[in-house]
Design a protein around this ligand. Structure first.
Ligand SMILES: [Zn+2]
Length: 48
């Protein structure tokens, strides 16, 4: 199963590693939710 990727130049969805002569990025970044939880934890720690 291939992961859906997105071109950072024309913003079209593709399955290729490159598009428009540039590297594509994953359509759903897996680190996003983790970073969000981590930033919330740091904010609480700083509040104390
Ligand atoms: Zn493109």
């Amino acid at each position: 199963m291939k992961h859906l990727r997105k071109c950072s130049v024309c913003f079209k969805y593709t399955l290729n590693q490159t598009h428009c002569s540039a590297a594509t990025v994953t359509a759903h970044p897996p680190k996003y939710s983790i970073e969000d939880k981590y930033s919330e934890y740091r904010r609480r720690a700083k509040g104390l």
